[in-house]
Write a protein that binds this ligand. Structure first.
Ligand code: PMT
Length: 401
């Protein structure tokens, strides 16, 4: 993580049950030496106290536009100029609506309206409010003004419902802001292609062979690449995951479809193959549902190796080709032979025999093997897939820049 000494963050906390997550977010920024000031909206004070924010942030907490003490110390214009970045978390449906109208009815909205700095909104609300057309329209307006949106996540909500609308985790907010403050690629025209998720290989119209890949690792890599400014394409097998609409998402089902989509998206500057592509497909798919019988023999034939095709392309080989190796034994040895046989620049090995990492987990532990590097190999210890992705993309950005 970067040292944020001398970086100035203005937090705006709105009134919502997720306001407690802002405390953790502030703690994370403070731990990394950022200078923090906070504005609490009137309703935020129902959920968190100025005292708790002040002691966590070790910085000034503002709560009222027309407060004589505030205005004499730092007026609202100066406050908006002071910040390097403004984070609104949680950003409620009401605040999003007010901001889209250019409202300046309280200190929070006035500072944002007066600001010439990057504003990040971290929405948190009930799923129906999030899905409401008016919220969508308001966000569209705010995006067109240049506001960045972090999240929200899908999950169980405080109100008892399930769906999209949960506030992003503090670590995701931190990573996003960190990237904004420090490490974006210099050239915005660099294209990145990521494959993710499993493939389904059909036996008949209703049955298929697949594997346990959830797509989480690949999606996190695509998100990290996009945050750093890459023009990102994600070719995904079947998953339940969502992704920022600015990422070019191409949904496929079979290995053959994934191959065709990859071919169509060449040339690209970098390519990362995190998909768990089925090595075999059914030799002859049954046109109708197979009837129950005593024995069934299925003949398989080899699928095309997408990574191999791209890394050996004679005129469209990307500058950086990164493969993954999913192994259950002889991790290093098998990974290194894939690095060579598949002509990759790097191969990222993970042990998929473990329960707490690899397939379908939120966590992973990987070793990056480099083809031409003094580093040779680097281990990234067990952590969230989002953090693993950030570390992988740190290295990609360093190489590209
Ligand atoms: O999706 P998650 O649940 O988050 O899990 C993440 C993961 C474990 C799937 C991921 O981290 C991972 O290891 N992906 C690679 C899975 C895989 O198929 O590994 P492999 O060792 O069988 O293949 C080696 C490489 O060749 C991979 O980059 C793979 O994408 C590529 N390949 C393989 C076969 C094929 N026909 N085409 C390919 O492109």
């Amino acid at each position: 993580m970067k040292d944020l000494t001398s970086k100035k963050i203005l937090f705006i906390i709105c009134g919502g049950i997720s306001a407690y997550k802002s405390l953790e977010t502030i703690r994370l920024f403070k731990k990394n030496n950022a200078e923090i000031k906070t504005i609490l909206t009137k309703s935020a004070k129902e959920f968190v106290t100025p005292l708790s924010i002040a002691s966590l942030s070790q910085g000034k907490v503002y709560d009222d536009l027309f407060n004589v003490e505030n205005e004499s110390e730092m007026d609202h214009i100066a406050l908006s100029r002071w910040a390097d970045v403004i984070i609104v978390a949680p950003a409620t449906a009401n605040t999003i609506s007010k901001l889209s109208q250019g409202s300046s009815e309280d200190l929070a909205s006035t500072v944002i309206l007066a600001s010439n700095k990057q504003v990040y909104l971290v929405p948190a609300m009930n799923v129906r409010m999030w899905e409401h057309q008016s919220t969508k329209n308001n966000l569209k307006i705010l995006k067109s003004y240049g506001y960045n949106i972090i999240g929200p996540l899908v999950g169980d909500m405080a109100c008892g419902e399930f769906g999209e609308g949960k506030m992003s985790d503090p670590s995701e907010i931190f990573n996003e802001i960190n990237n904004f403050l420090f490490k974006r690629i210099k050239n915005k025209k660099i294209k990145a292609l990521v494959t993710a998720g499993p493939t389904n290989e059909y036996i008949d119209p209703v049955r298929f062979i697949t594997n346990k890949s959830s797509g989480k690792q690949g999606y996190e890599i695509a998100k990290s690449l996009f945050r750093r400014g890459f023009d990102t394409t994600l070719i995904s097998g079947p998953t339940n995951l969502n992704i920022d609409e600015n990422i070019n998402l191409i949904k496929v089902e079979t290995a053959e479809e994934m191959f065709k989509a990859t071919q169509k998206n060449l040339p690209t500057d970098i390519a990362i193959f995190s998909a768990a592509v089925a090595d075999f497909k059914i030799n002859k798919k049954n046109q109708n549902k197979i009837k129950k019988k005593e024995n069934l023999t299925i003949n398989l034939e080899k699928n095309i190796d997408i990574l191999n095709y791209v890394s050996n392309h004679n005129y469209m080989r990307p500058k950086l080709v990164i493969g993954f190796a999913a192994e259950t034994n002889n991790l290093d040895k098998n990974a290194i032979s894939k690095l060579t046989n598949k002509n990759c620049d790097w191969i990222i090995a993970n042990d998929v025999s473990k329960k707490d990492s690899g397939f379908d987990s939120y966590f992973n532990e990987v070793t990056i093997h480099y083809k031409n590097s003094k580093y040779k190999k680097e281990k990234l210890s067990l952590k969230k897939k989002s953090e693993i992705s950030e570390e992988i993309v740190d290295r990609i950005v360093a190489q590209i820049n």
